[in-house]
Design a protein around this ligand. Sequence first.
Ligand SMILES: *[C@@H]1O[C@H](CO)[C@@H](O)[C@H](O)[C@H]1NC(C)=O
Ligand SMILES: *[C@@H]1O[C@H](CO)[C@@H](O)[C@H](O)[C@H]1NC(C)=O
Ligand SMILES: *[C@@H]1O[C@H](CO)[C@@H](O)[C@H](O)[C@H]1NC(C)=O
Ligand SMILES: *[C@@H]1O[C@H](CO)[C@@H](O)[C@H](O)[C@H]1NC(C)=O
Length: 273
Amino acid sequence: MKESRVILVYFHLVLLKKVFCDLPTCNRIPLGIKIDPLPPDNRFELEIEGHPEKYIPEREYRVRLYSRSNDSTFIAFTIAAKEDSVYNEKNPRRPIPLKQGKIYIETSDGVNSQECDNTVMQSDVTPKRDVNVTWLAPPKGNRCVTLYALVAIKDGVWYNYDGPLIKKICEDDRQKVDLQPPENDDCNVCEEARYQLTLENLWLHNTHPLTFPENASARYGDLVGAVHSKEYSLWKYGGYASEGLQTLAEQGNTTGVEGEIQNKVSLFYDWVR
Ligand SMILES: *[C@@H]1O[C@H](CO)[C@@H](O)[C@H](O)[C@H]1NC(C)=O
Ligand SMILES: *[C@@H]1O[C@H](CO)[C@@H](O)[C@H](O)[C@H]1NC(C)=O
Ligand SMILES: *[C@@H]1O[C@H](CO)[C@@H](O)[C@H](O)[C@H]1NC(C)=O
Ligand SMILES: *[C@@H]1O[C@H](CO)[C@@H](O)[C@H](O)[C@H]1NC(C)=O
């Protein structure tokens, strides 16, 4: 009886050892170079398209690693993301890791690493000037994520993640309705569409007695609408208002805006007044 128990323990150990040995090891250093990296300089940069200050949970972002100078190329790279962590009350020495979302590539310019989780690496060692990957931001409540890149410019010569090769971005915790929706650049109209807009005036003395302006020049602006191509934009998120738009906002006078739109007549299709 005693003997069989000993044998059982032995098998168990052998099995554990095998499992560990089969685990692939994750080495994120490009080409597994064993020499120390070059000191950081600003030759390469990792950039999140649109330079967002914060990320919106579960939105996809394009992340680009590129050479800032015309004559620098790289042959190998690693792009990955590191998650944030929160304090662990049960074991303060082991913070609880949050999620970092997903980093992946859909073109043949790189491969999704088999050994390292959530990591994109080069598919070949031809010199390149840039590579684009996708980052799917994690769900709500995952705080900040650090996106980073390691770059090899030739065999044995590489940069560690540092300076412009690292971007930390935190969650945008504004409500969804307060956020600019993503722009649809691929809007191909192939059928007639009809829209009906109704403007209902709810700003009345009885509905808003406390804030209703007594000054008669405070009023609703005149209504103006135009159908235009996507080359024209009335305003840009984060940009400055045109003079006409400023006048419309401050005085409710549409004359300026109408003029501005009419000047771009090739982009303009129809009026609604
Ligand atoms: C890089 O090349 C582009 C076009 O080839 C040129 O316009 C630009 O000035 C160059 N930049 C530098 C830093 O040499
Ligand atoms: C990456 O995206 C940029 C534009 O954001 C584009 O100019 C460049 O050609 C892309 N690079 C590759 C390798 O597809
Ligand atoms: C009413 O508003 C206009 C424009 O903002 C301003 O010029 C004017 O002085 C105001 N009148 C009164 C009585 O507050
Ligand atoms: C709007 O502005 C234009 C030009 O500044 C002016 O001629 C017009 O009278 C204004 N309209 C109203 C309703 O104030």
